[in-house]
Design a protein around this ligand. Structure first.
Ligand SMILES: [Zn+2]
Length: 69
C-alpha cells in the first residue's frame, strides 16, 4: 500500500476529467496503476460515472423522446 501516493493518483485521475494533465502527471499515473488495484478500480469507477452522466444527458437531449408533456 502507498497511501500518500494513492491520494495523489486518485486526485489526478479525477482532475483528468476536467483538465489536461501534464506529461509528468500522466507518467505518475502510468507508473502507479499497474502496481495498485485500488487506483485501477477508482479509474474504472469514475469512467463508469462519466459514461452514466453522458447517457443521462443523451436521454434528455432534444430530438430524443418527446411528448412527455
Ligand atoms: Zn494507488
Amino acid at each position: 500500500m502507498q497511501m500518500g501516493k494513492c491520494k495523489n493518483i486518485t486526485r489526478l485521475l479525477s482532475d483528468a476529467l476536467d483538465r489536461p494533465l501534464t506529461t509528468g502527471e500522466w507518467v505518475a499515473i502510468r507508473l502507479h496503476l499497474p502496481t495498485c488495484s485500488g487506483c485501477r478500480n477508482y479509474r474504472k469507477q469514475i469512467r463508469l460515472l462519466r459514461e452514466a452522466a453522458r447517457t443521462m444527458s443523451g436521454i434528455s437531449a432534444p430530438g430524443g423522446m418527446n411528448g412527455e408533456d
